[in-house]
Every structure is written in C-alpha cells, then in structure tokens.
Design a protein around this ligand. Sequence first.
Ligand code: DCT
Ligand code: MG
Length: 506
Amino acid sequence: MNKMKTSDFSPMRKRQKRMQIAAPLSSYKIEFKDIIIFIVERKMGMTRRMFLMDLARRKGFRVENELSDLVTHVVAENNSCSEILKWLQKHNVEDSSRFRILDIRWLTACMEVGRPVDSEKYQLPEDEDRSVTSDLDRDSISEYACQRRTTLKNYNQKFTDAFEILAENYEFNENKGFCTAFRRAASVLKCLPFTIVQVHDIEGVPWMGKQVKGIIEDIIEEGESSKVKAVLDNENYRSVKLFTSVFGVGLKTSDKWYRMGLRTLEEVKRDKNLKLTRMQKAGFLHYDDLTSCVSKAEADAASLIVQDVVWKIVPNAIVTIAGGFRRGKQTGHDVDFLITVPGSKQEEEELLHTVIDIWKKQELLLYYDLIESTFEDTKLPSRKVDALDHFQKCFAILKVHKEREDKGNSIRSKAFSEEEIKDWKAIRVDLVVVPFEQYAFALLGWTGSTQFERDLRRYATHEKKMMLDNHALYDKTKKIFLNAASEEEIFAHLGLDYLEPWERNA
Ligand code: DCT
Ligand code: MG
C-alpha cells in the first residue's frame, strides 16, 4: 500500500480539513442515475479516496462505499488493468466484464465538466502492465527547454497559469529564486503530453520542488490554489499588474506610484505632480488598443505595412516576423520584425531612418523610439541569460487600418452621424535591423520564447562552455567564434537536436 503519496506533501492541518468534509450520504443529490461508481483504494490511499468520493458525490454522481452488483464503473489510480482484475478476483467478483474499469482520469475529467464524459478512452488497457501515464519516460525530460519540444498544446494550463501568476508576483517582489523556480516549473509542464491528475504524475519531472508540488497538490485536490488566490487578491500585486499594463511603465515606476498611494489608472492620470515620459503618455493615450491582444490578422496587416515601406527603400531587404507569431501563436502583445540587407552596410544603416520619415509623412507613426546600434565586433557574447542586444532598433506604435469591409461600414456611419469613427488600431511593433552575418543568431534570439532563450544560453554556458547571445556564439575552450548562416547550424554547434520555431513555446 502506498498511502504516503498525497499526505507526504500536506501539512497536518490540511489533512484534518480533508477528513472533515465527507458528508452523510443522504445529503447528496444524485443527478446521474445511470452511473454507479466504485473507487478502488489500492495504491490510492484512504484519504485521497475519501476526498474523491466526496467530490464526485457533491457533483451529483452516485459513488458506492462498497463494491456491489450495482456498480457500473470501477475507477482506479496507479493500477494496471491486470492488477485490478486480480484485486476483483480476490474480492469474489467472478464476472468483471460487467464493469467498466477506468483510470482516475475519467473521474477527474467528469469533475471538470460537471457531468459524465465518454469513458472509452479512459479504459485501462488490458494487457499493459503499467499505468496510463508511465509510458512517458519522465526521467528523460531535460532540465533545459532547448532539449524539450514544447508546442502550443498545453495540457496543464491550469497549473502553468497558476505558476506564472506566482512567478510574476515573486518578480514584483524581487524574489528572483522563487520567480525562476515557478517559471521553470511552468515551462517544463508545458511540454508534458498529458494532464497531471495526481501528484505521482510529476515523479521524475525536473524542477518540481517542494513549493511547486504543494501548489500542484492544492490544484488537484481543491481545484485551485489558495496561494494563487491570495496573490490575485493582493492589493500590491493588483496595482503593479495594472500599472505595468501601460506601455512604458516598468516595475520601478509602478512601485513609486503604489507607494504614493495611487491605485487606479484614473488616479495616475489625475495626479498633476506626476511627470510622464513620452512613452508613458503614448501608453495612456492608446491604452485600450495596446492592451487588447494583437491578432494574427492584425500582425499580417502590420507586416504588409512594414514590407511595403522597407522594399520601397531597399528592394532586396529581408523582412521576417519573429517573436510569438513565428512560433505559431494566434495572438501576441506586439509584432516583432527582423530586417537585414545582404551586402550593403550603408543601406542597412540608413534604412530605419528612412522608414521613420516615410511613416511620419503617411501619419502612420503614433510613437517611436529609435535606438542606434551599440555593437562592437570584438565584444564576446554576453554571459547574462537576460542580456539586451546591441542591434539598431525601433520600438514603435503603428496605426494599422482595419479591414476594408469594416472601413466601409464606418464611412457609412460617419456620413450618417458626422461622428469620427476610429477605423484603425494602435499596434506595438519592434523593428530590429540585423547585420546579415548575425542574422541566424538574431532570428534564434528574437523568436523566443523568453524561457526557451534563457535555457538555451544557460545550456551553452554550463553544458558546452560556450557563450551565446543574439549576435554570436563563442567557444571558450577553443577560443573562437562559431559562424552560422542558419538556426540549424547554431543548434548543431551546440550539439542540440534542431527544434522548429513552433516547438520552442517553452
Ligand atoms: N527578445 C530578445 N531580446 C530582447 C527582447 C526580446 O532576445 N531585447 C526575445 C525574447 C522573445 C522574443 O525576443 C520576442 O519578445 P516578446 O515580443 O516580448 O515575446 P513574444 O514571445 O513575441 O511574446 P508576445 O506574443 O506577447 O509578443
Ligand atoms: Mg512579440
């Protein structure tokens, strides 16, 4: 018997709380009369069984205390089908074919939607001697995101969302250790090909420390984490979250405003003593547009505007969308563009300036900040995982006009009401100009995700004694720079299997 699994991580108080919640049978209302469930205690433990029985009953399911002829669905955790068959035999069940023998996942899936779900895919496979999740070799999951294939299909969003809130809160409070711990935990869970339904599921998975396990257990058992709830209710967290949602407002400014007693954006706007930066003024002016996600269609529209102007100036320039959209995301907070000009340094240097001039004339630039390149050829790649790069770049807010059919409507209504109808959206774009020979490094860096990049640099440093940033790769042992014309070549230099952009959503 393995009763230690869940109680292992829970303090005494919680255990007592769980024991108290089982109510008398008569107090439950049965909603789903065709299904009669029995939960096997073997390998699950009494506490967890009681908890699940109570949960299911509260959701309107009939759950029997004892195995009887009435039972239709036998639910087990961590047992193979043959183990359950043996167990049934021992309990004098001759014809086990009258039950469905299901993995606990079926029950948790039912709990999630609040009604019975199709049990077909949750049947314990007959001659397999292992539980459903253990076919994945969890011990082989790398601690580095650059050795895991992470697509956008996230089976554990419930957990990763919780971790990201906690990580963010730790970041606000400058607790770097816990912030990193929860970011890494979120990142690793995103690559799992199954949903975690029991603490056992994360055995062997890296970055599952004590704190992380505690949160996972809370979510499994209670459906939510009280720690996460406390963060979401915390006034400081809420204010900092709100203030940093304004373009140009970082942690330092948020903190200052909070300490001044400000709590809402209205209060900030009303405060005459505050001196807002140009960036923050633009952030407030276009707040609604900038805080609503950029859709793929809007990114494509922005892309046409960028290509149009760049190709007018330098016809052979290469323009690539990087960032989340290159990883296959359907929405983003901005659109990231890399621009390179094969063969011409002069054209490369002047390009962004000309782009800005043209957009100004076209009245498409709602805000911009042009940063000149600070790159020096001799400099070694940065050792920091979060280092900024040295490319010439422009952080801008672009006026992107809406689709033609919308426009048609708005023109019509304008004629009707004489009111100014806004037929555009303010969209954040980053334009990065990259020397052609550094293009592969820049593309790899600007494709992200941020967590993927951090792990890639950490891997290069600790596993390969190399230094990687958005400009170059340096081999410290051989004391040479390693050139690369493509992302594939960089992966190869690092001895890594190539990951496609959509597999980098760590
Ligand atoms: N990046 C980088 N150096 C910077 C800024 C960003 O290497 N100075 C990397 C990290 C991810 C990528 O570029 C794009 O950055 P974001 O736009 O912040 O991330 P995203 O994944 O595109 O997220 P979103 O979809 O929200 O835009
Ligand atoms: Mg982006």
